[in-house]
Design a protein. Structure first.
Length: 404
């Protein structure tokens, strides 16, 4: 197969490959960029593999950086943009089921490609557009099939994260996992426990945000991979309920995690501990804790002004996207209009603050001041009192008397 017109992202990199070839070596674009070119999907970066050893690459190009020299990776800077090239290699001795104990540089493209995860990622592309397919990856692309290169057991023992990559690709591409590869995942699923949570998290999030998450989730559950992910071991029934949902329109990771936390029935306190086990950032945890209660309000048709005020505009939008999965969502425009109609949208918009109440002489600093401000905020948000300085000061004086 030859691609007549390569995407523009390849154009500035072609001279790099040409120069390596002129020096007597082989050089190819490899991996996901080749797969996505054939599928017509967006390409975010390109990978280059070569028969030239790192020392030979450094002799060909004037400006290079050793970005991963022990694994054969050198960045070439001669052409404005930095391009990482990696020498063909074989690997052996995967004691941690993630990284090889030994890397050996080789001259053979076949030896290099046979260690890759799936046939659709084991394609190579010459700079002139010719596709090199040694493991029937093109046929699998046509069949929409995810199949391990060679023996699935060997591929997953080399890198147990590949099992998560398989279900992620099933979601991202809306492909089916080959039966022998699926059997290999089911057999080797316990190895996932040996992989760092942060690495599993990346693949899991991509699976939830894929083109068809149900495709990936189905295999994620059926193979037992879920048992080796934080907080999911006993959640097969809850996870399986997601398989009947078809209206997947999740846009970002906070929506994905909010959907999952809601589906698992987690309280806000449980959301924190669950996401901490997944090594989520504090910012993500805060966002999810705002979204989940709003999803509940949308389900119960109990969304009111204070719910929207406390959640904020972004969380409200995110909650509505999650609610679309279940059929509880409001019209986006109508919901935005409701939010914009709030008298105030944050505490800074309140016509008085703590200093104003103290200066008025009726209230002293302390916990009572905070409670009165909260009461005033609630009254304004709910429309029971106007957001007017004089009116709020009078109301604060009355509250101070009532609260002693």
């Amino acid at each position: 197969m030859k691609i007549k017109k390569l995407p523009a992202i390849f154009t500035p990199a072609r001279p790099v490959l040409q120069k390596i070839e002129q020096a007597g070596f082989e050089a190819y674009f490899v991996g996901g960029c080749v797969r996505d070119t054939i599928l017509g999907d967006p390409i975010h970066d390109i990978d280059i593999a070569t028969s030239a050893y790192p020392s030979e690459i450094k002799a060909i190009f004037k400006r290079t950086v050793d970005t991963g020299i022990e694994h054969g990776t050198v960045m070439i800077l001669d052409h404005g943009t930095g391009y990482e090239t990696t020498t063909f290699r074989t690997e052996s001795g995967y004691q941690d089921y993630r990284r090889p104990d030994k890397v050996t540089f080789v001259r053979s493209l076949s030896e290099d490609l046979k260690r890759r995860d799936f046939t659709i990622n084991a394609l190579a592309l010459r700079e002139n557009g010719e596709v090199i397919d040694l493991f029937d990856g093109l046929a699998d692309l046509n069949k929409h099939l995810i199949r391990a290169v060679g023996n699935p057991d060997e591929r997953f023992h080399e890198d147990a994260l590949r099992m998560m990559r398989a279900v992620r690709f099933a979601s991202k591409l809306d492909f089916v996992i080959d039966q022998s590869t699926l059997t290999g995942i089911r057999k080797n699923a316990p190895l996932l426990a040996k992989i760092a949570v942060e690495r599993i998290q990346v693949e899991f999030e991509k699976m939830l945000l894929g083109q068809r998450p149900v495709s990936g989730l189905k295999d994620f559950i059926a193979t037992g991979l879920y048992r080796y992910c934080p907080g999911l071991a006993g959640q097969k029934a809850a996870l399986s309920q997601l398989l009947v949902l078809n209206n997947w329109q999740l846009e970002n990771i906070q929506q994905a995690w909010a959907m999952l936390c809601f589906q698992l029935g987690l309280s806000n306190k449980q959301v924190s501990s669950f996401l901490k086990r997944w090594k989520a950032s504090n910012n993500l945890i805060r966002q999810v804790k705002r979204i989940v209660p709003l999803v509940s309000c949308l389900r119960e048709r109990s969304l009111d002004a204070m719910n929207m005020y406390n959640g904020g505009e972004n969380a409200l939008h995110d909650a509505n996207q999650v609610a679309k999965l279940y059929g509880w969502a409001k019209d986006d425009a109508a919901l935005a209009e409701l939010y914009q109609a709030l008298p105030i949208k944050n505490s800074k918009e309140l016509a008085v603050d703590g200093r104003a109440l103290i200066a008025d002489g009726q209230i002293k600093p302390g916990p009572r001041l905070g409670r009165i401000l909260n009461d005033l905020t609630t009254a304004v948000v709910e429309g029971r009192i106007a957001n007017d300085r004089d009116i709020l000061l009078t109301a604060a004086q009355q509250l101070a008397k009532e609260k002693g």
